[in-house]
Design a protein around this ligand. Sequence first.
Ligand SMILES: C[S@@+](CC[C@H](N)C(=O)[O-])C[C@H]1O[C@@H](n2cnc3c(N)ncnc32)[C@H](O)[C@@H]1O
Length: 351
Amino acid sequence: MKTLENEHRDSFSASPLFEQSKALKLAVIPSLSRGVRGFKKSVDFIGSPAAANHHDDDHLSSASSVGEALRWGMTTLRSSSSSPRADANRLLEHVLGRTSAWLVAHDTEGLDPVERHGFVRVVKERARGVPVAYVLGRWGFFGSEYTVNADVLVPRPETELLVERALQFLMRRAGRLQVLDVGTGSGAIACAIAQALPNAIVHATDNNAAAIRLAQQNAARLGVQDRCTFFVGDLAAPVRGERYACVLANLPYIPTAELPRRPDPASYEPRGALDGGPDGLALYRRLLSELPSLLEDDALAVLEAAAPTIAALVDVARRYVVRADVDVARDYAGQERFVVVATGSSARSAE
Ligand SMILES: C[S@@+](CC[C@H](N)C(=O)[O-])C[C@H]1O[C@@H](n2cnc3c(N)ncnc32)[C@H](O)[C@@H]1O
């Protein structure tokens, strides 16, 4: 079976899109796919589960320099983050509006009181377990920056592989392409596809109206609002009757009993973005029952899930989408992560 990693090496690793997001991926590879029985999303990317923090009473002296602030931030986050240095750096960059290179070059520069209080506030927020992405209010995905808040899942690096798999298929096609992103959250998948493919029209759904509002804002900021239409509704119900060259979904897939709890940073993400029902596949079962009526003759669907659910998800896909190739692709950590459903000859020839 050909995996996404192989495909990376074979054909995509030379593309500018891959290069664009490579730095981000390299930074996160070691932290992927940890968690209870493999169900968790890569929460270490947004911050590790927090232990009780014993540094809340610590404070930053009024004469602190950039370097001292970073050291204080690191010490304060040591018991609540697996990446205290990186977190402290990102938070100080955010508060000062500076790059990490600037921080290094200005190690001895003093902080003014507003900067100091701002930094203490965000470090303490992070020390409570709040994901870095929510503290910053933005996060990178596929080379672009997205506004994120507690209404949406923080887009994960492994989901970039889902986008790459879709692009690999769609880039071989000419003419107008219709793509569907089910459960769009921040709109990351939808916008990444629209940014990469000027000939793509993207429809995206979410049952959370607040998420759809944020996704619309992200699409507008990234300049793809004319080719991305966002719908509030259940799965593909808002677009019934439409047919797509590609259907993408990163639906909630954590079994209810495995949902993260405080102080795990993932517990700050919306339950509606995580809870996949008793076995994690409740939403995918419903989507797959509709998939044949959503796909064009020569089409691809890529569904993201957790390794322990993949075999069952493949079975469901084979049951509902007859006369299709159903394959599994892995994430950066080598975990089975995606179910790829291909109908028609051009999809098969892309393998
Ligand atoms: C795991 S998050 C993925 C968000 C985004 N696609 C990403 O990859 O970052 C799942 C999303 O599916 C949405 N969702 C959950 N149940 C849904 C349903 N029945 N219909 C449509 N969207 C749903 C959630 O609100 C959430 O935004």
